[in-house]
Structures are given as C-alpha cells and as structure tokens.
Design a protein around this ligand. Structure first.
Ligand code: ATP
Ligand code: MG
Length: 368
C-alpha cells in the first residue's frame, strides 16, 4: 500500500493539447479517491501519468513520497482496470486470474493460494472453470478487477470500469467495489464522469474541469459547500440552482432571482458577516433543489414549466413570475415531496430555506 502525490503536474500532448494544468493532489494510504469531471477534463490523463504510460510535461508524481517520473510502469507496482477491459477469451477464469502471477514467476502453490483468495473475495470461486464467454457482464468485470488485484498492487487505478454495464448492475458492482476496496485497504484512484458514482464511492472526490482541479474534499463537503459554481452545478442530480442575487443596502433587503424572493439584509449579514463587502454588487446565489419547499417562507409566485414525477418525490421546473425587471429568467428546479399540486403553465408559491443559500462572486467563486 502507498500514498500518491501529484505535485504541480502539467501535461501537454505533442499536438499542444493542454490536458492538465498545475495539478496538486494527495491521495492518502488506503484511500479511495474519485476523479470526476466532464469528458475531456483530464481524468484518464491523470491516471496514465501515475501508471507511467505517458510522461509528465512538468511537475513530479510521487508514490510513497518517492518521485517516480523516471521509473517505467512495471516498476511502479500499479494495477489498472479500464472501461474496455479485455479478458483472455481462450483461458478459464482461473487462468485469467493466474496470468499476472505467472509473469511474476511465483511458485505454483503461491499462485493457487492468491488466485483462490481473490476469487473468494470477488465471489468468483464457483466460476473458476468457466471461460469469459460463459460469464455475465458483471462477472466479467469482476474477473477483470480480480486480475488487477491478484498481485496485490500498491495502487489500484480504475478508469470508468462500470460504463459498459446496465444501470442495475452498475449499482450492485459499485457497492461491491466500495466494500472490496475497504477490505483490502488498497490505495485507489477511481475515474468516472458520473457524479452519483463519485458521491457514493469516494472517501474524497477531486473535481476536474478543463484540466484544472476545481475542488477536492469529502463528498458531503463538496455538495454542501462548493468552491465555485462549476462544482455546485456539476454535483447533484439535478445540480445546484444558480440565480442572481443582490444585497440592496437602500431597501435593506436581499433580492434573489431578480426579486423573486426577498430576505431581510440584516438577517443575512447576521448569519454571514463577510457578505458586508458585497453590498449593491451583482452576485450569484446557489440553492439545492431540495432547499425549496411549499411549506416555508420567504415564498414567491412561480410558473411551472415541467414536472417530473420520480415516485417518492418530484422535480418541478419553474420560473419566477413576479420579477422586478421581467428579464429572461433561467429555469429553476425544486425537489418536492407530498401531494403534487403543480400543473404545467400554472403558477404556485414556492419558498426557500435562506440558511442553505450559497453566494458566489461574478467570477463564480464562493464568497459565503
Ligand atoms: N494522446 C493524446 N494526444 C493528444 N491529445 C490527447 C491525447 N490523449 C488525450 N488527449 C486530450 O487531452 C484532454 C484530456 O483527455 P483525457 O482522456 O484525460 O480526458 P478524460 O477526462 O478522461 O475524458 P473522458 O471522460 O471522455 O474519458 C482531451 O482534450 C483529449 O482530447
Ligand atoms: Mg477518460
């Protein structure tokens, strides 16, 4: 097992694509770190640099505190599972699992022991004699993980390992990966563009966008206190609502969504004194869909754009109706429970919980 560190890592590919910009990230021994972000943000690049499959352009990659920029992949003791894992089709599950151990020239007894332990951990003991074509997609995925884990690597890398599986199987294997990772305690970097997978799997999450690290922290921390509007809207399904906010010093109120909701300025400043320096400046506010409710104040009249019933709750998309300027409003979304009363095209009153507001400056960085 080992810790991992990216220190001022930049990666520029030969065609001048800047895939990573000054990445600084530490992964603790035994930790599950999830790298998440939209397509092309540099997630796979980060794993490839750690595995030694591509050279870094600038900075240092360290494993257990030792720089490894110059060590070839086979000396880094890292195992990797990709989205398009390939099992050897003509070999049984046992032979597939044993293959990396043969490469390591372990004794027959040692190989059998490790294969059987790994098979047991992954629930593959009954399937050792089968060939890949006689397995389900989820079982194949488990064999691929087993083959990577069987030689007990220092660091385990997974790049979107579940994206070929159907939704139900993804959830099942996701839970299995989490349990297995904890049991083995192997330092793991897990790449996904699926924010739900990131939230459920990660001890910590690192959010990347355009090759830059946006924020790193525990899932709930990122969800509740995003550092910027990108993280706010990327995490959560749907993401955080972002709308205009203005601390109107003359009227002593805070206008939200162009006057849709108003709260007393005094109560906001009592709760967030650092907001004082932002009086009368255009700001943005953020609010999670579940922080809207029909039961609370301040409330505002809004027009329903769409309703998505989800069984135990519903997503109601709406636009504030009695705005001061009447300017084009963005659609906001509320996650509501209880009896559905909203009808598309009609208006209803919805309130928000002001204690759950986040505020961002016009560059999108959090201020409170
Ligand atoms: N070998 C390469 N040569 C040139 N550019 C590359 C190369 N590999 C990746 N890139 C570019 O680097 C950027 C980051 O790519 P990367 O594969 O790391 O993204 P990603 O976050 O893994 O995306 P995805 O979620 O789609 O897998 C992209 O703009 C990509 O086009
Ligand atoms: Mg990728």
């Amino acid at each position: 097992m080992a810790s991992v560190e990216y220190r001022h890592i930049s990666k520029v590919y030969t065609d001048d694509t800047r895939a990573l910009e000054d990445l600084n990230l530490q992964v603790e021994d035994g930790e599950m770190m999830v790298l998440v972000g939209p397509s092309g943000c540099g997630k796979s690049t980060a794993l490839r640099l750690l595995a030694g499959l591509d050279p870094v352009t600038e900075g240092q990659v360290l494993i257990d505190g030792k720089p490894v920029n110059e060590s070839p992949p086979q000396h880094r003791d890292i195992a990797m599972v990709f989205q398009n894992y390939a099992l050897y089709p003509h070999m049984t599950v046992r032979d597939n699992l044993e293959f990396p151990l043969r490469m390591m020239k372990l004794s027959r007894m040692e190989r059998t022991k490790q294969v059987e332990e790994t098979a047991y951990l992954l629930g593959l003991s009954e399937l050792l004699q089968r060939r890949p074509k006689e397995l389900s997609g989820g079982q194949c995925q488990r064999v691929a993980m087993g083959r990577a884990l069987v030689r007990k690597p220092k660091v385990f890398l997974m790049d979107e390992p579940l994206s070929n599986l159907d939704a139900k199987l993804r959830i099942q294997i996701r839970a299995e990966i989490a349990a297995l990772q904890k049991r083995l305690g192997v330092t793991t970097l897990y790449v996904t563009h699926d924010q739900v997978e990131a939230m459920t799997l990660g001890d910590r999450i690192a959010v990347l966008n355009g090759g830059r690290l946006q924020q790193v922290g525990r899932p709930q921390e990122l969800y509740d206190k995003p550092d910027n509007t990108f993280v706010a809207s990327f995490l959560g399904n749907p993401g955080m609502n972002i709308f205009s906010a203005r601390l109107n010093s003359e009227a002593a109120i805070v206008d939200l969504a162009d006057g849709g909701w108003q709260i007393p300025l005094e109560s906001l400043l009592a709760q967030k004194p650092q907001m004082k320096q932002y009086l009368d400046r255009p700001l943005m506010a953020g609010l999670r869909p579940e922080a809207f409710s029909t039961q609370i104040t301040p409330s505002a009249e809004v027009v329903v754009e769409a309703v998505e019933p989800l069984g135990h709750e519903r997503l109601v998309y709406f636009t504030p109706s009695d705005t001061m300027s009447g300017s084009g409003q963005e659609t906001l979304v509320a996650r509501l429970t209880g009896l559905p009363r909203e009808r598309v095209g009609e208006s209803f009153r919805v309130g928000l919980d002001p204690t759950r507001l986040c505020f961002f400056n016009k560059e999108g960085e959090v201020i409170a």
